[in-house]
Ligand binder design. Sequence first.
Ligand code: PLP
Length: 390
Amino acid sequence: MAETLLDHKSVQFEFAKKSFLSFIEGKDYLLPYLKPEKTPLLLMDLEGIKGRYIELKYHFPNFNVYYAVKANDHERIIRALAELGAGFEVASTEELNKVLSVGVSPNRIISSNPVKPPEFIEYAYKKGVDRFAVDSFTEVDKVSASASRAKVYVRIVVPNEGSDWPLSKKFGVDLDTALDILEYAREKRLIPYGITFHVGSQCNNFRNWFIGIKTAAELWEKAKQRGLRLQMLNIGGGIPVRYSYEALSIEDIAYYVKGLLQKFFPILPYELQMEPGRGIVGDQGIMVCRVIGKAKRGEDLWLYIDTGVFNGLAEALGGIRYAFYLDREGELKEWTIGGVSCDSMDVVARNVALPEPEVGDFLYILSAGAYTTVYAAPFNGFPTPEVVFP
Ligand SMILES: *Cc1c(COP(=O)(O)O)cnc(C)c1O
């Protein structure tokens, strides 16, 4: 009986292997980079990124898609998405300059960070960006001080349960406060423009979109009763990608969101926006690194690799469970994966099923396209991953 049960180690390893093989399938141009001389290396598939954007546009035809630049701000990505007509969501002068430098018009750029440096608001408005998120009276004051006729959209709070990278309580207000903020914006002669929410990053829970859209609809109606004519609904980011477990598909989320809009917004807002980051780039990159050591500590088997939480894999600290693959046969064992630095916090994953590698073997970390290199620092003198787009 026992031997007919599926062993969880092989389930895990086969899942990672399947992800790896599907990433390279039919893409011979990626193959030369799988055994690079120098590691760590982030191998990005630009065709795949375009494919994800097109898939989003296909399933969300009524939405304008603003790519959240912070997920991966590489110029090649910005350029490729710009050519496809994408919009961009930026939070800093640096991000804004990157987007403008590839020729994107400021009317395709929004800024949804609800608390922005005053200099940024001023700079962005001068450059022609005129749509800003707010979630406090203070922010309305700041926007009105340097962007006098800007359009503001208010961020409401929604639960982040079921998101693997929840946004805590850092941003967002309840419905009544949101209403007051929109009214205050009107008093300040700004244009009360719309509503936004964020379901939490890597959101695998349909319910968060349900609460977001339902609350937004209630706020929309109340705003109307107060004579505020809103134009825009922004459903944020949060579209998940596959890590060591499956993720909701774009198609399924779109189907669900469309149903919610039909139910709660009999008259659709003039503009519908979304601002995915991870969902566009996350599963379109793999981190190629090398095994640099092995050890047995007590009962635990440790593997050490030449990258870590400080130079690319920061999200491992916050709950993202990457999938790992290496090209060997043999009995599967469970490993703890240690990062390259001397810091004891630098542990990339635990309970990872892999065949035993040798020092020097390549290890592939799947779905490493979002929130990796953008977080990376050369801590302890170890290099940040080189990024390649074959
Ligand atoms: C980070 C961020 C996003 C993108 O989130 P993902 O989960 O990567 O899709 C969207 N909107 C805002 C305001 C953000 O801060």
